[in-house]
Design a protein around this ligand. Structure first.
Ligand SMILES: Cc1ncc(COP(=O)(O)O)c(C=O)c1O
Length: 445
C-alpha cells in the first residue's frame, strides 16, 4: 500500500473502544487497517484524516447528487436552522415540497415524509398490508430495502450453484425473527413467469410486490421495460400493490425517477437519498386512495419527521434537479466514464459490461450485464475486488464490493474524469502485472 492510513488506523484503535467496529454503520468498517475516517469533503472529492484525497464514487451510497457541501443546498439548510427544528407540528413548506414531488413523479399523488429510506419502505409495506388485508410480500433476489426486519433477508448467491436447486432466503442479520420468513417470497429479476407462478400460488396472501428496478445495492442489475410492465399487469390482475423503491434511483436516473425511465406507475413508491443532497429526509408516496389510509387506521409518524433543516435542503435540492440540467450533466459524465473505462479494459482484452444507469453504473466483468442476481454469481468478480484497493491507494474511492455501483454527482467534472481514468488504467495494469507474475493474490480474467 502506497498511501498512509496511520492516523485512520490509530483512530480506529481508539474508536473501537466505544463504537462497535469503530464506526456507526457496519458498512463503514473496511477492516482494522483499512477503515477510513473523513476529515472533510467538497464537491466530488473527499479527504481523510491522513490527508489523502480521493475522487469519490460512493457519494455516501448515493445521496450527494450535487456533490458534498453544495453551497446552494447548504445555504438553504442554514436558513432552515432559523426556522427552529422540529415542533410536533407541521409547516407550510411540507406542502410546497410535496407539490414539487407530485409534479416530478406522477405516481406520487400524495406524500408523507420520513427520515430515512428504511422508514419510508417500512411505511409503504405497512400501508400495503393494511389496504390489501394481506401480510405476505414478494421481493426480488439481490434487492436491498433497508435495515428493518421484514427487509433484512437475502439470497446468499455467492455460495449458490445452479445444480443445487433454488437458492434459499436467509436472514441478513442475527436477531431477525425466523418466523418472518413465512411471509416472504423472492423471485429472480426479469422472470415474469416465476412472478406469475408465485402470485398464482400465494396471491391471496400477498399484499405487495416490492421492487427496485435498478438494484442500487446489486451491481445496478436492471429490470427490462418488458418485465416491469408485465409485473405491473400481474399486480393489477392479482390485486397486489406494486411498491417501487426509488430510495437510490429517485431524482437521480431521471426527474421522475425510474418510473419515468421505464414509463411505469407504481401504487406506492419511496424516495430518500438524492432528494436532499445528503440531509436526512425520505418520502413514501402514492395513490391518493391508498395514502389516505394514513390517518384512517394506519400509523405513520416520527418525532424528527420534517426537521426544518432537512426539509429546506430537500426543497432546494429538488428545485435544482427539477429546473436545471444537473441530471443531464450527471448522466453525460457517467457515460463518458463508462466509455473511458471500456477503452482501457478493451485494449487489454478484458471482457466487461456496465449495468444500470450511467449515474449509478455497475461494472461487471463479463460480456453481457447480469439479468438477475444469479447471473452475477456466475461471473468472476475477483478482478473487481483486486482493482478496488489499488484504486483506493491511487485516490479513487469506489466500494470494495462490486455490487455497489459507482455514483456520479454534478460536481464530478472534467478534471475528475481525466484523473479517474488515468488512475483506473494504472490500477488495471498493476493487477494485470500481479497476475502475470503471481504474488499471493490471483484473479482470473
Ligand atoms: C433501495 C433502497 N431502499 C432502502 C434503503 C434504506 O435506506 P436508508 O439507509 O436511508 O435507511 C436503501 C439504502 O441503501 C436502498 O438502497
Amino acid at each position: 500500500m502506497t498511501r498512509s492510513l496511520s492516523r485512520s488506523n490509530a483512530h480506529f484503535r481508539k474508536a473501537v473502544t466505544r463504537l462497535p467496529l469503530g464506526v456507526s454503520s457496519n458498512f463503514r468498517y473496511w477492516g482494522e487497517d483499512k477503515t477510513i475516517y473523513v476529515s472533510s469533503a467538497k464537491g466530488a472529492r473527499l479527504r481523510d484524516i491522513d490527508g489523502n484525497e480521493y475522487i469519490d464514487y460512493r457519494m455516501a451510497y448515493g445521496p450527494c447528487i450535487l456533490g458534498y457541501a453544495d453551497r446552494r443546498v447548504d445555504d438553504a439548510a442554514r436558513a432552515g436552522i432559523e426556522i427552529g427544528g422540529v415542533f410536533a407540528l407541521s409547516t407550510e413548506r411540507e406542502y410546497a415540497v410535496a407539490e414539487r414531488i407530485s409534479r416530478m413523479v406522477p405516481a406520487a399523488e400524495m406524500v408523507r415524509f420520513s427520515n430515512s429510506g428504511t422508514e419510508a419502505v417500512m411505511a409503504a409495506l405497512r400501508l400495503a398490508r393494511a389496504v390489501t388485508g394481506r401480510d405476505s410480500y414478494v421481493v426480488v433476489e439481490g434487492g436491498y430495502h433497508g435495515v428493518f426486519d421484514a427487509a433484512l433477508w437475502h439470497t446468499p448467491i455467492e455460495d449458490w450453484r445452479p445444480a443445487a436447486g433454488e437458492p434459499h432466503l436467509v436472514p441478513f442479520s442475527a436477531g431477525v425473527p425466523g418466523m418472518l420468513r413465512a411471509l416472504l417470497h423472492a423471485v429472480p429479476m426479469n422472470d415474469a413467469d416465476r412472478l406469475e407462478s408465485v402470485f398464482k400460488a400465494y396471491g391471496h396472501e400477498i399484499g405487495a410486490f416490492l421492487i427496485e428496478p435498478i438494484m442500487g445495492n446489486c451491481c445496478s442489475i436492471s429490470a427490462t421495460r418488458e418485465f416491469l410492465h408485465a409485473a405491473r399487469a400481474l399486480c393489477d390482475r392479482y390485486g397486489i400493490l406494486m411498491i417501487i423503491d426509488e430510495v437510490k434511483t429517485g431524482f437521480r436516473v431521471a426527474r421522475g425517477g425510474v418510473q419515468e425511465l421505464f414509463g411505469v406507475k407504481s401504487d406506492l413508491c419511496t424516495f430518500a437519498k438524492a432528494m436532499a443532497n445528503g440531509y436526512p429526509i425520505s418520502v413514501v408516496a402514492g395513490r391518493k386512495d391508498i395514502m389516505r389510509r394514513f390517518g384512517d387506521g394506519v400509523v405513520h409518524g416520527g418525532t424528527f419527521t420534517c426537521h426544518s433543516v432537512a426539509l429546506a435542503a430537500a426543497e432546494k435540492t429538488l428545485e435544482i434537479l427539477d429546473e436545471t440540467p444537473a441530471l443531464r450533466t450527471i448522466a453525460e459524465y457517467g457515460t463518458r466514464l463508462r466509455t473511458g473505462m471500456s477503452q482501457i479494459l478493451s485494449q487489454r482484452g478484458i471482457k466487461h459490461s456496465f449495468s444500470g444507469h450511467p449515474s449509478m453504473s455497475g461494472l461487471f466483468f463479463n460480456e453481457h450485464p447480469p439479468r438477475n442476481y444469479r447471473d452475477w454469481a456466475g461471473s468472476d468478480y475477483s478482478f473487481y475486488e483486486a482493482i478496488a484497493p489499488e484504486l483506493h491507494d491511487l485516490g479513487v474511492l469506489c466500494e470494495p464490493d462490486s455490487r455497489e455501483p459507482w455514483f456520479v454527482c454534478e460536481a464530478h467534472d472534467e478534471r475528475c474524469l481525466v484523473e479517474t481514468l488515468q488512475r483506473f488504467e494504472t490500477a488495471v495494469d498493476r493487477v494485470l502485472n500481479e497476475v502475470q507474475s503471481p504474488g499471493p493474490a490471483h484473479c482470473a480474467i
